[in-house]
Write a protein that binds this ligand. Structure first.
Ligand SMILES: *Cc1c(COP(=O)(O)O)cnc(C)c1O
Length: 408
C-alpha cells in the first residue's frame, strides 16, 4: 500500500493516526462508486437538473477575428450553479456523503467561493454545514460570508496564527478528528491527502469529457491547445483529463501576480520559487522558504492564491505532459476587459489567467488551429476588485454613498 495515492513522486496521504480509518472509509466508498456506472449516471442527472450541465462550448468569433490566428472556443463552466466549476466537485461529494450515511459536512475556504458552493450543496442535501475561514478572510469576503450564512451554514472565523486559509485548514482537520462518524470534510480542489486529488479530479473530469465530445460534434476535430488556470488545479485537471490520450497540448496558467521576479505571485510550477515538500497531508511543490515555512502568496484572483498545487499536476509537469505559464495581474485585467467587450462574457479573475495566456499565443497559430479556453467561472463575484482595477469613478461614488447611508 506504500504507493497508494502517488502520482510519480507526488501525492500520498500523510495523516495523523486518528484519521486513517476515516480516510480508509472514504477511499473505499470512492472506489465503490467509481466502478459503479449508476453512480456516474446519477451524478450527471443531478448536474443536468441542478447545474445546467452539459455547459456549452462557445465559439468566440469576435476574439478570433481580433487576434487573427487560431480559432478560439470557450468551455462555459461559468454557467454552473453558483457560477463556477466548483459545483461539480461539491455536488459529487454530496452524493458520496449521502451514500456513506453521514449527515454533516465541513469545509475550509479562503476566498469564500468553495464555502458558498459547499453551503449550497448542504442545503440541497439537508446536511448540517460548518465552514472554517480565517478571520482576516471573513472580513475581506463579506458578500460570500453573507451568502453562506443565509444558505444555513455556520461560518467559524478562525483566530489562530495569521488568520488566513492555512489556519482554517488546521481548524477544519481538528473538527473532523472529533466528529468523524457523522462528518465529511469537503475538500475544494485536487489537493490534500489521497484520495482527494484523484477523487476531485474525477468529479471534474465531466468538464473534459463534455468538451471533447462537443468539439468533435461541432468541428469534427480536437483542439490544438487547451488552456486552464491553476489554483489548486481542479478545473485544469477536469478539462485536461478529456485530452490526456490525445495529441493535444495542455497549458496550465498560474498567477504571476506582480511579476514572476517580484516575489509576489502564486506561481508554483512555472517559477523557480517553489520546492517539493510535505504539508497539509500531501507531497507536492509548495511556495516555501528554506526552512519549509510557507511563503506569502499574491494574486489578484483570490482563488489562485494558494501555496500548494495538485500533486497530479506536479507529476504532469515533471513528465512534460502539461506546460505551465504565468499571467500577471495586469495582463488578467486586460483580458477581462477585452473578453467583455468582444464577446459579452465576463470571466472570473481566475479564469482570465487562462484567457490572457491564450490571447498571447493565439496570434502565433493559424486558422487551422483550434484553442479551447476553460472558463472556470463568471466574474460577477469580482465586481469589487474589477471596478477598483478599472478605477471606475461612478463605482467609487456608489460605495461612498452606501457607506454614508449606514452612518446616517
Ligand atoms: C476556485 C476557483 C479556481 C481555482 O481552483 P482550481 O482548483 O485550480 O480550479 C479557478 N477558477 C474559479 C472561478 C474558482 O472559483
Amino acid at each position: 500500500m506504500k504507493n497508494r495515492g502517488y502520482f510519480g513522486n507526488f501525492g500520498g496521504a500523510f495523516l495523523p493516526e486518528i484519521l486513517v480509518a476515516t480516510f480508509d472509509e472514504l477511499e473505499e466508498m470512492y472506489e465503490a462508486v467509481r466502478h459503479d456506472p449508476t453512480f456516474w449516471q446519477e451524478y450527471e442527472q443531478l448536474m443536468a437538473s441542478y447545474s445546467c450541465r452539459p455547459t456549452p462550448v462557445t465559439y468566440a468569433e469576435n476574439l478570433t477575428r481580433h487576434f487573427g490566428g487560431a480559432r478560439i472556443f470557450i468551455k462555459r463552466e461559468d454557467l454552473n450553479h453558483t457560477g463556477a466549476h466548483k459545483a461539480n466537485n461539491v455536488m459529487g461529494q454530496g452524493l458520496l456523503v449521502r451514500r456513506m450515511g453521514k449527515t454533516r459536512v465541513i469545509a475550509e475556504t479562503g476566498a469564500g467561493q468553495h464555502g458558498v458552493a459547499t453551503a449550497t450543496m448542504a442545503a440541497r442535501f439537508g446536511f448540517d454545514c460548518t465552514i472554517y475561514m480565517g478571520e482576516v478572510d471573513v472580513e475581506r469576503q463579506r458578500p460570500n460570508v453573507f451568502w453562506m450564512e443565509q444558505l444555513g451554514a455556520t461560518v467559524v472565523p478562525v483566530k489562530d496564527g495569521t488568520r488566513i486559509l492555512k489556519d482554517a485548514i488546521n481548524s477544519a482537520f481538528r473538527d473532523w478528528v472529533t466528529k468523524m462518524d457523522s462528518t465529511h470534510y469537503v475538500l475544494g480542489t485536487a489537493c490534500g491527502p489521497h484520495p482527494f486529488p484523484e477523487m476531485v479530479a474525477w468529479f471534474q473530469s465531466i468538464v473534459g469529457k463534455e468538451a471533447r465530445r462537443q468539439l468533435m460534434e461541432r468541428e469534427g476535430r480536437l483542439p490544438t491547445r487547451v488552456y486552464a488556470c491553476v489554483g489548486g488545479g481542479s478545473n485544469a485537471m477536469g478539462v485536461f483529463s478529456g485530452f490526456f490520450d490525445d495529441d493535444v497540448e495542455l497549458i496550465g496558467v498560474e498567477a504571476a501576480g506582480r511579476g514572476l521576479d517580484s516575489g509576489e505571485h502564486a506561481a508554483r510550477l512555472c517559477s523557480d520559487d517553489a520546492s517539493v515538500g510535505v504539508a497539509q497531508g500531501y507531497k507536492t511543490y509548495f511556495l516555501q522558504d528554506d526552512n519549509g515555512q510557507m511563503r506569502e502568496t499574491h494574486s489578484i484572483a483570490a482563488g489562485l492564491d494558494y501555496v500548494g498545487v495538485s500533486p497530479i499536476l506536479s507529476d504532469l509537469k515533471e513528465k512534460g505532459r502539461v506546460r505551465f505559464e504565468g499571467a500577471t495581474d495586469q495582463e488578467v485585467i486586460e483580458a477581462v476587459r477585452l473578453t467583455m467587450r468582444k464577446e459579452g462574457v465576463i470571466p472570473a479573475l481566475e479564469s482570465a489567467h487562462a484567457f490572457a495566456r491564450a490571447f498571447k499565443e493565439a496570434p502565433t497559430l493559424s486558422s487551422e488551429d483550434i484553442i479551447l479556453i476553460n472558463q472556470s467561472g463568471r466574474g460577477d463575484k469580482d465586481i469589487f476588485t474589477i471596478a477598483d482595477a478599472f478605477d471606475d469613478p461612478k463605482w467609487k461614488q456608489f460605495i461612498i454613498e452606501k457607506a454614508r447611508q449606514y452612518h446616517a
